[in-house]
Design a protein around this ligand. Structure first.
Ligand SMILES: [Zn+2]
Length: 295
């Protein structure tokens, strides 16, 4: 099934995990510095494919009472270019751009969304911002992104520091909503109960989100780590982290807290859908303990 949703309550908030798509990646994109044999052995131990990495792209809806919030807009059409982006993989299970269908299946009207939060400006998080005509999909929303993220992607030297395709993509998708875009700092309360946590590394202005209602909390970790194996092996680095040094600090900050306080965690790319679970501390890092809801 391509459109998928999972509803859960967080205090007085109603949350829904919404599947935008799935994408398959080459091993070397996710693990740049792991000896091949060691990686293959670890993947086998986890009953995972040893030829490619499969990840969900999952957005989070929060009905926060006065505000209806969507966190990230998915990848839009990106999945159609999968063969071009990563040639030679099995892309039969890659697809993107199903966020709106998943919302409709869950009974959420895109016109009711008043707040769009971007965790960062990579294509799989902002690609569903505009429709086919270049107009904003969420017509009644205010948009939020970290000030440092906006400054980076719009800066003259962005193309020297990351893939120019990403830079074009970010500008094309964010400029049309620029007049409704709010630039936020670390700790900003975006709407009551949803707070930005600066977690740079993956990108310069990457944010996680602390979502709290009536004594219940969720940490939206976005792309601080891309895959559960990155939690178990915090020194295994993906190709997409712009500053591994800063990313290492962000990982400690968020996942030590999540483990200590036993907070429910959501991460955009963490299988299995609905991307929810807990982390527990282990020797080298943390262990992902996914919630597997009965369907
Ligand atoms: Zn991502």
């Amino acid at each position: 099934m391509k459109s998928e949703y999972y509803q859960f309550n967080l205090g007085d908030f109603e949350c829904v995990s919404l599947l935008d798509g799935r994408f398959n990646y080459p091993l070397e994109a996710f693990f740049t510095n792991v000896p091949k044999e060691q990686l293959a052995e670890t993947l086998r131990q986890h009953d995972l494919s040893t030829t490619q990495i499969a990840t969900p792209y999952t957005c989070l809806f929060v009905n926060a009472g006065r505000h209806k919030v969507i966190i990230d807009t998915g990848a839009g059409n990106l999945g159609k270019a999968a063969e071009e982006i990563f040639p030679g993989l099995d892309h039969s299970t890659t697809f993107t751009g199903y966020l709106i269908q998943s919302m409709e299946a869950a009974g959420i009207d895109p016109a009711d969304i008043d707040t769009v939060i971007f965790t960062h400006a990579h294509p799989d998080h902002i690609g569903g911002t505009l429709d086919g005509d270049g107009n904003p999909v969420f017509t009644n929303a205010s948009y939020f992104i970290a000030n440092s993220e906006w400054m980076f992607w719009t800066s003259d030297n962005a193309v020297e520091q990351t893939d120019p395709v990403f830079v074009d993509f970010a500008r094309q998708n964010l400029h049309p909503v620029q007049d409704r875009l709010n630039l936020i700092e670390d700790g900003a309360e975006i709407v009551p109960g949803i707070q930005a946590i600066a977690t740079p590394g993956h990108t310069p202005g990457h944010i996680a989100l602390s979502i709290s209602s009536n004594g219940h909390s969720l940490l939206h970790a976005a792309d601080i780590v891309l895959y559960p194996l990155h939690l178990e092996h915090p020194d295994w680095l993906p190709a997409f982290d712009m500053s591994p040094k800063e990313a290492a600090i962000s990982k400690r900050r968020i996942f030590d807290r999540a483990a200590e306080e036993k907070i429910l965690v959501f991460a955009h790319h963490f299988p299995p859908f609905p991307n929810l679970g807990y982390v527990v501390k282990n020797r080298s890092g943390w262990q992902w303990q996914p919630i597997r809801p009965q369907s």
